[in-house]
Design a protein around this ligand. Structure first.
Ligand SMILES: NC(=O)c1ccc[n+]([C@@H]2O[C@H](COP(=O)([O-])OP(=O)(O)OC[C@H]3O[C@@H](n4cnc5c(N)ncnc54)[C@H](OP(=O)(O)O)[C@@H]3O)[C@@H](O)[C@H]2O)c1
Length: 326
């Protein structure tokens, strides 16, 4: 019988339960897929803890790759046997098999493995919109990205480098410095040892930056603001250290006429055309070797708890996946 990770209550990794599930046939616009690999993302921990509200009981995981086993009566774009990847709600990718709306899936091109596809969709589509849509970077521009050795971080920094940006990355330990450098950072700051805002001002000769990409949130907010030049933009796209408190606009925003945005992937891929454009751009980066993916660790689906423990302990350096049990 197929298995799935579900949660009946919010809490730590211990609330993840592996259960048997019965898979219904796909509705008219849905496809049934056998997952071959499942991406692990920090957002999964927000769903688990209840930081991002979900209705319980609920499956977990937004991202996966697999083979289409059955298609609904009105499905036009997919056939049995297609290799597909996806990265959107409904939650429930932590599973052997599942039914998803066809609109959230794309075909995986030749040359991209199922495991790579499963590990890049959320992180890579996020990188695409951050670099091209939220704040469009220019060649030669210096930008700051926090947690540069992380899952999004490794993809983002390589991609930004391929656009000729000068990338400053932060990391939480010395062991991650070289990894961030190998993934495209020109400068790496260990923000647990140095004040990254002071260092950024030093690097930019006190000019500051036009953009800071901040997925760390609570712990980095104030210093990220300090790094910006007048009319710069803080792109606050995550909260791995905790959510931001309400912002004192007069103190943090008005003083330098800054722009503040809190983007979410769902708002950048909800239109099919935009989703396809983003996925195509991402797969091209992989195919042409501009972004290289090294999967840091594979966990069995039944070890999802351990994967969450490692992710929250900052032990996962890059992309990691769950692999369904044979
Ligand atoms: N808005 C969107 O559309 C969107 C989409 C995808 C991801 N995200 C966000 O992007 C960020 C990165 O996601 P990811 O899946 O690639 O995760 P990740 O970067 O692989 O892991 C999170 C990293 O955050 C850093 N961190 C800083 N303070 C931390 C703390 N108190 N606890 C745990 N980690 C801490 C750690 O790196 P160091 O040890 O180097 O500090 C850790 O490895 C997350 O905030 C996620 O929510 C947002």
């Amino acid at each position: 019988m197929p298995k799935s990770i579900i949660i009946n209550k919010h809490g730590g990794p211990e609330v993840l339960e592996l259960v048997d599930v019965k898979i219904s046939p796909p509705g008219p616009n849905h496809i049934r897929i056998k997952n071959l690999a499942i991406g692990i993302n920090f957002i999964d921990t927000y769903h688990r803890t209840g930081l991002y509200p979900i209705k319980l009981p609920c499956g977990l995981g937004m991202e996966g790759a697999g083979i289409v086993e059955e298609v609904g009566s009105k499905v036009k774009n997919f056939s049995k046997g297609d290799r597909v990847a996806y990265a959107s709600p409904p939650l429930g990718s932590y599973s052997d098999e599942r039914v998803i709306p066809e609109k959230i899936a794309v075909k995986i091109p030749e040359g991209v493995t199922d495991k790579i596809a499963a590990s890049i969709m959320t992180k890579g589509l996020t990188t695409y919109y951050l670099l091209y849509k939220t704040y469009k970077v220019s060649a030669g521009e210096t930008i700051l990205f926090h947690a540069a050795a992380g899952g999004v971080g490794q993809i983002f920094c390589q991609w930004a480098k391929s656009l000729d940006c000068k990338v400053i990355g932060t990391v939480g330990s010395d062991s991650k410095v070289d990894i961030a450098k190998k993934n495209g950072c020109d400068f790496v700051i260990n923000y647990n040892k140095e004040s990254f805002d002071k260092k950024v001002l030093e690097i930019t000769e006190n000019k500051g930056l036009s953009v800071v990409y901040d997925g760390v949130g609570k712990d980095t907010f104030e210093k990220s603001i300090n790094c910006l030049k007048p009319r710069g933009m803080l792109v606050s796209f995550g909260n791995s250290s905790g959510s931001l408190d309400p912002i004192n606009v007069k103190k943090y925003i008005a003083a330098k006429s800054l722009f503040f945005t809190r983007p979410a992937l769902t708002n950048y891929v909800s239109e099919r055309e935009e989703f396809e454009e983003s996925a195509k751009a991402l797969f091209e980066q992989i195919k042409f070797g501009k972004v290289k993916i090294k999967i840091f660790k594979e966990y069995a689906l039944s070890d999802a708890r351990k994967a969450h423990e490692d992710l929250e302990a900052r032990k996962i350096i890059g992309s990691a996946i769950l692999v369904p049990n044979e």
